[in-house]
Design a protein around this ligand. Structure first.
Ligand code: AMO
Length: 419
């Protein structure tokens, strides 16, 4: 005899026979349970026909082959106990009557129980684990942990969430940028997987106000190293999804996840030319907006890097190209295809405090607000570089989701703060 625990998905009542579809614990898989008259006491049979969806049950019985049941088998009950009752649910978890996205978010704690939605987060767990595995393989140590409440902007002044911190001005971290750089002389290669906060009023398929970043930084890393490491994260995540998340990929309608064997790269100037040859109106010096980015990605079948950007579009900490300071050595990593998008930014860093202070001033930042950060470069600081990869962007790209909100259990946007 076996014991099965799970939540009622739906009940088909044909008198002396009840078919309960059960969302099982811990698999979150829909299995068929048969409750027959004679196998269980009559009062249990009677009760079974009336269960609301999400009633939590513990059922004794045995598995039997059944070609017509969801997984080719059914569980024939010999005993049944209710562990927790459920009220009628405000949204239909079976999605026979699908709810609009805002309603699904309102009842997200129920929405997340759907096997198709839970699958996103099981897959995301594999993706984050793959990133950690790859970074550790490349000799990075997970820095435990960088502050989230900080005193300065790291990515530009306008997008900060202010914080009441006793009598001081403080903000939620936009990234681990300054802190990850500071650990390079201590750990050599460091990374963190941490939340980032951006007070951007962007309502797009790829922006959240709270998201997670895989933030890596290391001494003496070349541009090629940075590309190889980031590609390795993408490739390994795809590979591990294929190996470990077959059921989740099936639920998400992904038949064959593409595991790329190579990446490509294109310079900013080449990208501008490519877009112009497509008829896109874009000036040299402009950053790519969402339509341009999509257009660019549609030219690629494997993940790719755009290798440098106009300095005016880049944060102060990127190194400028020595032969042409119009460009910063920033590189973006993008997912390919018509739904492609930017996954990360990174590159070699400027570590001359004088040059850094000048860049800050040029960008309207006050060097005096970056005291310790600028000071640290005076103490034998090595050349270094790194990148920040958005966990939800990577999840969106690998799982082919419509929008980034799907990749967060409780997304935060300018309009959403609860639940
Ligand atoms: P950047 O600002 O480009 O660079 O951010 C790095 C990556 O984080 C993700 N990301 C976002 N994801 C969801 N919603 C947002 N609003 C959002 N903003 C950014 C993207 C992006 O590529 N410190 C640098 C990185 C570095 O150079 O190390 C930084 O934060 O995937």
């Amino acid at each position: 005899m076996a014991t099965l625990r799970g939540w009622v998905w739906n009940v088909r009542d044909i008198g002396k026979l009840k078919f309960i579809l059960l969302r099982t614990f811990p698999e979150n898989r829909i299995e068929q349970v048969v409750v027959k008259k004679g196998n269980v006491p009559d009062e249990i049979l009677e009760e079974a026909g009336k269960f609301n969806p999400e009633t939590l049950l513990e059922i004794d019985g045995d598995w039997k082959e059944s070609p017509k049941a969801p997984n080719g088998r059914e569980f024939v009950a010999t005993g049944l106990r209710v562990i927790a009752n459920s009220q009628p649910t405000p949204i239909d978890l079976t999605e026979k009557t699908p709810a609009e996205f805002p309603t699904r978010l309102e009842y997200r704690y129920l929405d997340l129980r759907k096997p198709r939605i839970a699958a996103i987060f099981k897959a995301k767990s594999t993706i984050v684990d793959a990133a950690r595995q790859v970074l550790r393989k490349w000799g990075f140590h997970e820095a435990a942990f960088f502050p989230i409440m900080i005193a300065t902007a790291t990515e530009g002044g306008a997008e900060l969430f202010p914080l009441v911190y006793f009598d001081k001005e403080a903000f939620l971290a936009q990234s681990a940028q300054l802190y990850k750089q500071s650990l390079v002389p201590a750990l050599g290669r460091v990374f963190s997987v941490a939340p980032s906060f951006r007070a951007e009023k962007s309502r797009t398929r790829k922006h959240l106000t709270e998201f997670w970043q895989i933030d890596a930084e290391g001494a003496f890393l070349t541009k090629k190293d940075l590309m190889e490491i980031q590609f390795d994260i993408y490739r390994t995540a795809a590979q591990r999804l294929a190996e470990e998340n077959e059921e989740e990929l099936r639920l998400l309608g992904i038949e064959d996840i593409v595991i790329p064997t190579k990446y490509e790269k294109i310079s900013y100037d080449e990208a501008i030319e490519l877009l112009r040859s497509d008829g896109v109106q874009i000036e040299r010096g402009d950053d790519f907006g969402a339509p341009e980015e999509r257009q660019l990605c549609s030219h690629f079948e494997v993940p790719f890097f755009v290798t440098e950007f106009p300095e005016t579009e880049c944060a102060f900490y990127y190194k400028l190209r020595e032969d042409d300071p119009f460009f910063a050595e920033k590189m973006d990593f993008l997912a390919p295809g018509p739904n492609g998008l930017e996954l990360s930014s990174g590159g070699p860093r400027e570590h001359d405090p004088e040059k850094l202070a000048a860049r800050m001033r040029a960008k309207g930042l006050k060097p005096e607000n970056f005291g310790w950060y600028l000071e640290m470069f005076k103490y034998g600081f090595p050349p270094h570089g790194g990148f920040g990869m958005g966990v939800e962007r990577l999840t969106l790209a690998l799982l082919g989701l419509d929008k980034i909100m799907e990749a967060m259990p409780y997304p935060r946007t300018p309009d959403i703060l609860t639940p």
